[in-house]
Design a binder for this molecule. Structure first.
Ligand code: MN
Length: 496
């Protein structure tokens, strides 16, 4: 679904006319070398595009406007090889509508002690040129990412990678269409929120369709399409005997495939990247989509249950940001606790819709009754989530602002067999420990629904919060309840 190389980040170097033609020629040459190295780095998935060195307020303004107007440009990397008096940048920075990464590097790694002279000093001034640029951005109260280090360091490439992927995510948010089948689950608070404010802040739109509009598409799916999908199920998953050809529940699988194909067609035709539905509004559908929603997520679509459009949008965006990385991202729900003091942990699951991108081992395809919704038994994928570090991410609407809450967790290997649990499952230990992690989450107002990520780190979410200029609350090894309470109080003042 995603091709990160189709997105551009512009590499813009600032200078001035003071130094003469020869120095400016070298600035240009060095900038090109750095931009090419970043573009060719296997650690950086987007295209890095070199732009000729800017030396005047008009050139700066022009490159900022051009970046805004370039359809696939998601952000700008700036670097001051020499000194670029920063008042020249004010008009351009005011016009720029894209995230900035300020790369605080210099062309040479080491000081050439034996040969250094004033010509060298004249050319290699980023140690003070970048400070002048940093000052104006601070004075203008502009959020940006500052990355420090030599441009050949892998650590620098990793940080540019984490920023660029998020810049793509932010860009996608501006274009994302989320479709909401039916409304919010009755009486539920956290899944709801202000869709208009969300569009103003994030750019994505959330619009409704009657579930009947979807049913109409589902009912037009041909037998041939259903056959093709079932073949894919058989090739990919371990089907329970009753779902096999001539099995007594085969018709459930046929219906599930029809629903999946209908969902896919509806989302494709409408240009939607994410959707949400609710088991309270399934008029005309014979099953609540289980395997269909699971496989749509695996294909990159966002999903949130019970009308949860915020989590749905975040699932899509985080999948895009993590595109090509090992591990998965899924819609998740904190379901049940294991309060054993020796081995406290959370069982994460949902009644159906967990993305198999987080699975380890066999993915089983099964059909079981569902206690709610009053529909036929839905087909679903059942599996264990892989162990390792992971994150839970929740975006909530606090009325006057949105808050992004991130909890680092450690997923443990699922060794229990859960013989009677007909859902996908994950087991994790919240940081800093079970009790503090849960207390902090509840105090921060985090939802029961999250995006569960095996491959994105806090750095990605921090970059995202800064690009979107929203509140971020991180619950990690360093969290204390007293500190968190203070942070929440201070944030109330900051965001008033
Ligand atoms: Mn739920």
């Amino acid at each position: 679904m995603f091709n990160l190389k189709s997105f551009e980040v512009w590499f813009v170097t600032g200078s001035q006319h003071l130094y003469g033609e020869e120095t400016l020629r070298q600035v240009d040459e060095h900038s090109q070398i750095i931009a090419d190295a970043l573009n060719n780095s296997s650690a950086i998935p987007v295209k890095i595009v070199f732009k000729p060195v800017v030396k005047t307020p008009d050139e700066i303004w022009s490159v900022c406007k051009a970046a805004n107007n370039t359809p696939n440009c998601v952000g700008v990397i700036t670097w001051m090889h020499t000194f670029s008096p920063a008042k020249m940048w004010i008009r351009g920075l005011n016009a720029l509508q894209l995230p900035i990464l300020h790369l605080h590097t210099q062309f040479n790694r080491n000081i050439p002690f034996d040969t250094i002279d004033m010509d060298f000093m004249n050319l290699n001034q980023s140690a003070h040129g970048d400070r002048e640029f940093g000052h104006i951005m601070t004075k203008m109260r502009l959020n940006r990412k500052v990355v420090v280090g030599h441009w050949q360091d892998t650590e620098v490439h990793d940080k540019i990678n984490a920023w660029a992927r998020v810049a793509v995510g932010r860009y996608q948010m501006q274009h994302l269409k989320v479709v909401r089948f039916g409304d919010n689950m009755r009486q539920v608070a956290v899944t709801d929120g202000d869709k208009v404010s969300a569009e103003m802040k994030f750019g994505f739109s959330v619009n409704t369709h009657a579930v009947g509009d979807l049913v109409q598409v589902i009912n037009q799916i041909t037998d041939a399409e259903i056959e093709r999908l079932i073949q894919e199920y058989e090739d990919t998953y371990a089907l329970m005997p009753s779902l096999l050809k001539n099995g007594e529940r085969r018709s459930s699988l046929v219906e599930a495939a029809r629903i999946e194909a209908g969902l896919k067609a509806f989302l494709t035709d409408g240009g939607y990247g994410a959707y949400t539905n609710t088991f309270e509004d399934l008029h005309g559908m014979r099953q609540l989509p289980g395997i269909g929603s699971q496989r749509m997520m695996a294909a990159g679509y966002g999903y949130g249950g019970e009308g949860d459009w915020k989590t749905s949008a975040m699932v899509h965006v985080m999948k895009l940001m993590a595109s090509g990385m090992k591990g998965g991202n899924t819609f998740m729900e904190d379901y049940t606790y294991h309060f054993d003091p020796e081995n406290a942990m959370v069982l994460g699951s949902h009644m159906l819709e967990i993305c198999p991108s987080i699975a380890t081992g066999t993915v089983n395809c099964e059909v079981h009754p569902l206690g709610i919704g009053g529909k036929e038994d839905p087909v679903r994928l059942v599996f264990n989530a892989a162990s390792g570090p992971a994150l839970n991410v929740s975006l909530v609407d606090l009325g006057n602002r949105f808050r992004l809450i991130v909890n680092e967790v450690e997923a443990v290997e699922v060794t229990e067999s859960f013989p009677k649990l007909p859902t996908a499952r994950a087991l994790w230990k919240p940081q800093p420990d079970m009790k503090v992690g849960l207390e902090a989450w509840i105090l921060a107002g985090g939802a029961h629904h999250t995006v569960y990520s095996q491959n994105l780190t806090v750095e990605y979410l921090e970059n995202l919060a800064e690009m979107l200029d929203i509140e971020l609350v991180v619950i990690d090894k360093a969290t204390t309840i007293r500190g968190l309470k203070n942070e929440l109080k201070i944030n109330e003042v900051f965001y008033k």
